[in-house]
Design a protein around this ligand. Structure first.
Ligand SMILES: NC(=O)c1ccc[n+]([C@@H]2O[C@H](COP(=O)([O-])OP(=O)(O)OC[C@H]3O[C@@H](n4cnc5c(N)ncnc54)[C@H](O)[C@@H]3O)[C@@H](O)[C@H]2O)c1
Ligand SMILES: N[C@H](CO)Cc1c[nH]c[nH+]1
Ligand SMILES: [Zn+2]
Length: 428
């Protein structure tokens, strides 16, 4: 297995269409049916797609999830709890960094308050591999943001997925996947409330359905298959470089592993390592398919490597170079950056702290990954603290209203002259 080699001039952006048109049509039909047919249609589609045995449980309550957590083997439960604690600490630090604002301007206080959404639906993929780590990343972050009702959706949930939902503090779990799960999260079904936001990664049917409901509910992003760019110099360990590329390649045949090789990077050794490490790997078939559509590119120097990274704007960017900090300070476009060979991307996948739900397909140019901000809205407020000092605002509003020909606005402003009828309540 060898990485295909291309020249720097052939490197375009990663701009992949986030939604597959064929999947969109399938998702449209499913959304329409589940929106109209509720729980019955949701169950029918889940059974038809092989996600649910006839008559099997579709909804898990908080108490059910806690029982699943308690039934999990002690070591896996402790592992999930430790991981959750790290993700939660990072999310709490993010939340605390978002300060409310109260700006005093003459006669006025202009404010914003971060207010959480009331409900969130967190999709965790379950088609190929159960991803309890994605349950923690999404549901825990929503809870830290202050979202009151958090539901997880995942097809054929594994015991660890159910336990992760309990550990994240989820209020319930929908044992369904694909577009039908997104439809139910958007419209509500049985005990599941219609959610104000739907987040989390998924396959093309999930992504298509998220796009289709995005006019009615907030979504985090249209996340596609995993991507990793590794920048490696002559000091990089070929075994680490190959292992990092394989790790993301094993997610999906459409995953995209890319190597940017600086002078001195031994491409032959990396290819040998790919061959060696793929031999006997349980996920080799998927990883090989992804590596087959990945590539490597030789950069003449650090400048060119940085330029390529900025052009690609990948989901994950791994720096296996001696001057990792200096390079990091020059980069702006990535979902998550892993600075130095020791900071392996997989440590981010499994909850070192930063979230692993990240923008793909070049959208990291303008989009950030999932965070507490995904579930918060800066709502603004205005207070008049001193009507006399605020006269300039009243006069300016009335004047500007007349410039715009909006006489009603002008009069509404002028009625506040001197504090309006309640002027006495401002006395002193
Ligand atoms: N960007 C990120 O942050 C991130 C993180 C983790 C995983 N991922 C990606 O998430 C994806 C997970 O995909 P997955 O398939 O394992 O799980 P999934 O849960 O997203 O999708 C499985 C569901 O798809 C539906 N489905 C399957 N075939 C269908 C069909 N023909 N018609 C209609 N619906 C169908 C089924 O209902 C099934 O439950 C991968 O692409 C992976 O790379 C991305
Ligand atoms: N690499 C994925 C994000 O693209 C996240 C993940 C979950 N489990 C393992 N990895
Ligand atoms: Zn991963």
């Amino acid at each position: 297995m060898m990485l295909r080699r291309i020249t720097p001039a052939d490197v375009a952006g990663l701009d992949r269409e986030p939604v597959d048109p064929a999947a969109r049509e399938v998702a449209r039909e499913i959304l329409h049916e589940v929106r109209g047919g509720g729980e019955t249609a949701l169950r029918a589609w889940s059974e038809k797609l092989g996600d649910l045995e006839p008559g099997a449980r579709l909804f898990w309550s908080r108490a059910d999830l806690e029982r699943a957590r308690d039934a999990l083997d002690v070591r896996t439960r402790a592992l999930l709890e430790r991981t959750a604690a790290r993700i939660e600490s990072f999310a709490r630090a993010q939340r605390e960094a978002l300060a409310d604002v109260d700006l005093a301007i003459p006669g006025c206080v202009a404010s914003h308050r971060f207010v959480p959404l009331a409900s969130a639906g967190c999709y965790a993929p379950g088609g190929r591999h159960p991803l309890p780590s994605s349950v923690l990343m999404t549901a825990l972050t929503a809870k830290v943001a202050g979202v009151e009702r958090v539901w997880v959706a995942s097809p054929k949930p594994a015991p660890a997925t159910l336990a992760a939902a309990a550990i994240a503090g989820a209020d319930g779990l929908l044992a369904a996947g694909g577009a039908q799960a997104i439809a139910a999260l958007a419209s509500g079904a049985g005990p599941l409330p219609a959610c104000e936001a739907i987040v989390g990664p998924g396959n093309r049917f999930v992504t298509a359905a998220k796009e289709l409901v995005s006019s009615r509910v907030a979504i985090d992003m249209l996340a596609g298959p995993s991507e990793l760019v590794v920048v490696a110099d002559g000091g990089a360990d070929p075994a680490c470089v190959a292992a990092d590329l394989i790790a993301q390649a094993e997610h999906d045949e459409d995953a995209l592993p890319i190597l940017i090789a600086l002078p001195g990077c031994d491409l032959g050794a990396v290819n040998d390592e790919l061959e060696r490490q793929l031999d006997g790997l349980s996920t080799a078939a998927t990883a090989c398919a992804a590596i087959g559509s990945g590539f490597c590119v030789a950069a003449a120097d650090l400048e060119e490597a940085i330029d390529l990274c900025e052009r690609l704007a990948p989901e994950h960017l791994q720096l296996c170079v001696g001057e990792a900090e200096a390079v990091a300070s020059r980069l702006r476009r990535y979902g998550s950056l892993f600075v130095g060979e020791l900071a392996a991307e997989v440590l981010g996948d499994y909850g070192a702290g930063p979230n692993h739900v990240l923008p793909t397909g070049g959208s990291a140019r303008h989009q950030a990954g999932l965070s507490v901000s995904t579930f918060l809205r800066a709502r603004t407020q205005l207070r008049i603290s001193d009507p006399k000092a605020a006269q300039v605002l009243v006069d300016d509003a009335a004047s500007l209203a007349r410039v715009e020909g909006l006489e009603g606005h002008a009069r509404a402003a002028e009625l506040r002259h001197g504090g309006g009828r309640r002027a006495s309540s401002f006395a002193g």
